[in-house]
Structure formats: structure tokens, C-alpha cells
Design a binder for this molecule. Structure first.
Ligand SMILES: [Fe+2]
Length: 257
């Protein structure tokens, strides 16, 4: 059986063949009116879900980003906001990157973002990251110093890991950066970017149908996941300091540094 013919080409990781434009070197694509309308619809319905569900750090980042509600944001502007808050920047990349290229960006404090938007037929689910996932989902959290510092360190450690170690770090990435929850004084909130950019995951993740476990680095690194379905199990941190300190202590125990 030839499985390859069933794989969406957007899900095949690419190596960069030329340096990706970063910061002020990023141009603004000639988006169609339908592309801007897709952003408008996605932004409006997702934003309406987030008060009372997204963590304060994400919502503060969203304020700082000042995304327009009726047209696709400029990645150059996003990069400038990152630069002025945590010293990060953004790069424009053509698709899903090979792991090593991806982690090399994070290790430098550069967020590699796509700049294409999903077709109208994939409003609820798109198999590979698009700009709504990357820009709306990821970049607001990177304005937060504690999260940005952890994220960079995760990239740096992942860059030098191989084999099973790399796989464990990918799980770590999945259950924190993409699908993390946090305890707050007001209740459970979302900080995972994969949840925050998904209409269905935002509504699903805080319900009782999801098993929620306290953050435990060893457990997180061992937990398998299926990226293609709604997540049945999530980990909850108490603070971003706990996340960063827990990760650092776990890395030291693996003797990778
Ligand atoms: Fe992502």
C-alpha cells in the first residue's frame, strides 16, 4: 500500500533552500479579498471565545499585537512587536519546517511563521500550520518574558537532541507550547497555542471530557499523542515559572546540557 499518496504535501517538512526573510525584510504578500475575509471570520469567532478561557498572559499579548480584525496582519509588524517586548523576532518560512531548522530558529529567539491562510473549506481544521495558527495562536504568548525565555530554551535543548531524546522533547513541546493549560486564581485557563487557534479545541479543552493532569516533566515527556484528533488528555501548570524551572531541572537530569 502506498501511504505517501495520501499525505497532504503541506504536512511534509521542508528544508530551507535559502535564508528566510526576518523582521523588516519580510514583505507583505498580495492576499486576495477572500484571504482577508477568511482572516476576518477566523479572528472574529475565535476572539469571541477567548475571554474567560485564554490565560491573561495570552490576552495581554493579543492586546500588544493589535491585530487588525478585517485584514491579515503584516508579519513585519508582528516581528516589531516581538522585538519591542521580549527581543524575539519573526521569520517568514514557506511551510512546515524540518525539525532541526525549526528548532534552530527558536534557539535564536526567532519565530518561524507561515504567511499563507487556509482555504475556506478548512476553516475548522487544517492539517498543517497556516498564518492563523502561527500568528494568532503563537505570537501573542511570545510577548511574555517568562514564556519566551522557556520557549527559547526548549528550542535550544531540542536542537541538540537526537533519537528518543528528540521525540521526548517533541512531546514536551506538544503538551506545553501547543496544548498547555494553566491554573489561575480565576480557574483553569489555556496557554497552548494549538488550542488557542482552534475553534473546536478551545471549547473542548476545558470540559470535563478531557483528563487533566498536574504538570510533571517525566510524565509529559513520556505521554503519546495523536495530532489528528481532539486531545483527550492535557497537563496543567501552576505558573510559567514552574514550567521553566521544571523543564530546566528535567533537562539537567537527562544530562543533555
Ligand atoms: Fe504550532
Amino acid at each position: 500500500m502506498n501511504l505517501e499518496k495520501d499525505i497532504d504535501p503541506r504536512c511534509v517538512a521542508v528544508h530551507l533552500e535559502e535564508p528566510a526573510p526576518e523582521g523588516d525584510a519580510i514583505g507583505y504578500p498580495d492576499y486576495s479579498a477572500e484571504d482577508h475575509e477568511t482572516w476576518r471570520i477566523l479572528y472574529e469567532r475565535q476572539r469571541a471565545l477567548l475571554d474567560g478561557r485564554a490565560c491573561d498572559e495570552y490576552l495581554a499579548g493579543l492586546e500588544l499585537m493589535r491585530f487588525p480584525d478585517d485584514r491579515i496582519p503584516s508579519l513585519r509588524d508582528v516581528s516589531r512587536t516581538l522585538q519591542s517586548t521580549t527581543g524575539w523576532s519573526a521569520a517568514r518560512v514557506p511551510g512546515m519546517l524540518h525539525e532541526r531548522d525549526f528548532f534552530a530558529f527558536l534557539a535564536r529567539g526567532v519565530f518561524p511563521s507561515t504567511d499563507y491562510i487556509r482555504p475556506r473549506s478548512e476553516m475548522d481544521y487544517t492539517p498543517a500550520p497556516d498564518l492563523f495558527h502561527d500568528i494568532f495562536g503563537h505570537t501573542p504568548m511570545i510577548t511574555n518574558p517568562a514564556f519566551a525565555s522557556f520557549y527559547r530554551r526548549l528550542g535550544r535543548v531540542s536542537l541538540s537532541a537526537t533519537g528518543d531524546d528528540r521525540r521526548r522533547l517533541e512531546r514536551f513541546y506538544w503538551f506545553t507550547v501547543e496544548f498547555g493549560l494553566i491554573h489561575t486564581w480565576a480557574g483553569l485557563r489555556i496557554y497552548g497555542n494549538g488550542i488557542l487557534s482552534s475553534y473546536s479545541e478551545v471549547r473542548h479543552s476545558l470540559t470535563d471530557t478531557v483528563t487533566k493532569l498536574p504538570f510533571d516533566p517525566d510524565r509529559v515527556a513520556a505521554q503519546e499523542y495523536d495530532f489528528s484528533s481532539m486531545q483527550p488528555l492535557l497537563f496543567v501548570i501552576d505558573s510559567f515559572e514552574q514550567l521553566a524551572d521544571g523543564f530546566d531541572a528535567w533537562v539537567r537530569r537527562q544530562a543533555w546540557d
